[in-house]
Design a protein around this ligand. Structure first.
Ligand SMILES: C[S@@+](CC[C@H](N)C(=O)[O-])C[C@H]1O[C@@H](n2cnc3c(N)ncnc32)[C@H](O)[C@@H]1O
Length: 204
């Protein structure tokens, strides 16, 4: 992992992703999470304060040690005990059917082999368990898609592998059963970067 990914990016992401608007989405996504919980792509820990105190266990993973060390100050101040690990979401060591809830916020855009990660999410989720997510991705408007495809190579460099043009509905729906899904443009963000997919999917 290079200097940019490990030291610069965590600071930039922590700043750009801590807006009140994104905080309100975090709160909505996390309000129904329960039981034994896994978060994929914990980043700098911006979700931590929105987890219900009633959850049983919280395991968090991120592939980038720089994100994890940045998250430590939030983890130390949290009243929830957290099992924090440096792991790639494409290859989880957890047993099948381990978690009641799995969370991913703005991470499916960045995982290199996102299908492999979704297979792993399906595998470690208990039957009837829920996957809670909010992600940005491919717009429903063809003229926006054109710009998302044009800008994608640049975005992947700046965002350390982040893609603008993933169809999150198709990706999640291929592996899990969608229960709810809202697709919308987040206000104040460029349409290329702010087309959101917020939902819940289950393992039937
Ligand atoms: C845009 S950040 C979002 C961070 C956090 N979820 C949030 O909402 O603030 C994407 C995160 O996904 C992590 N990530 C990327 N690929 C990953 C992978 N294969 N496995 C686990 N985490 C990954 C990155 O290191 C980064 O922390």
């Amino acid at each position: 992992m290079g200097f940019y990914s490990e030291f610069i990016l965590p600071r930039c992401l922590d700043w750009t992703m801590s807006t009140p608007q994104l905080a309100s989405y975090r709160q909505e996504v996390l309000s129904e999470v329960s039981g034994e919980v896994l978060e994929i792509g914990f980043g700098t820990g911006l979700n931590l304060s929105y987890y219900p105190q009633s959850l049983t266990t919280l395991t968090i993973i991120d592939v980038n040690p720089g994100m994890n060390s940045f998250a430590q100050k939030r983890l130390k101040n949290s009243s929830i005990t957290v099992d924090s690990r440096i792991l790639n979401g494409e290859n989880l060591p957890m047993a099948d059917n381990s978690f009641d809830s799995i969370v991913s916020t703005w991470t499916l855009c960045s995982i290199t082999n996102v299908d492999k990660a979704l297979q792993e999410i399906h595998r470690v989720l208990k039957p009837g368990g829920k996957f809670f997510f909010i992600e940005h991705g491919l717009s429903a408007q063809p003229q926006v898609q054109i710009w998302q495809n044009r800008l994608n190579p640049l975005q992947k460099i700046i965002g350390d592998g982040c893609n603008l043009n993933r169809n999150i509905k198709q990706l999640v729906g291929h592996h899990l059963q969608l229960v709810t899904l809202d697709q919308f443009y987040a206000p104040k963000l460029p349409k290329t970067h702010g087309y959101m997919y917020k939902g819940v999917a289950t393992k039937a």
